[in-house]
Ligand binder design. Sequence first.
Ligand SMILES: NC(=O)c1ccc[n+]([C@@H]2O[C@H](COP(=O)([O-])OP(=O)(O)OC[C@H]3O[C@@H](n4cnc5c(N)ncnc54)[C@H](O)[C@@H]3O)[C@@H](O)[C@H]2O)c1
Length: 88
Amino acid sequence: MNICVVGTGYVGLITGVCFADQGMNVTCADKNHDTISKLKNGETPIYEPGLETLIQKNCLSHRLRFTSSTADAVENASAVFLTVGTPA
Ligand SMILES: NC(=O)c1ccc[n+]([C@@H]2O[C@H](COP(=O)([O-])OP(=O)(O)OC[C@H]3O[C@@H](n4cnc5c(N)ncnc54)[C@H](O)[C@@H]3O)[C@@H](O)[C@H]2O)c1
């Protein structure tokens, strides 16, 4: 199943990585280019024990990818999770 997660903060990144580790094909999108660059390099912008290992493992398995284009991320997705911040 193809899943898209929009917003790779505390909620979205954990959600996307865990779905990928369960065998789903996951594309995570974020408008913050620095965040996406870090994630593409296998680094995590947030602290969560074990997360970096899971990111690297699932990227290598091609089940997890990161993009700054939401349009690309939602294409072919069966489910889209919106995990962006709440407006003030
Ligand atoms: N963190 C928690 O414990 C928690 C608990 C309950 C509910 N929530 C809710 O979950 C949501 C996400 O929370 P969080 O803590 O992960 O926030 P966060 O600020 O850590 O992450 C939000 C991410 O969304 C990205 N983003 C914002 N607008 C975007 C857009 N238009 N397109 C793409 N990316 C976009 C930001 O760049 C950021 O990386 C919020 O609505 C919050 O209220 C969070």
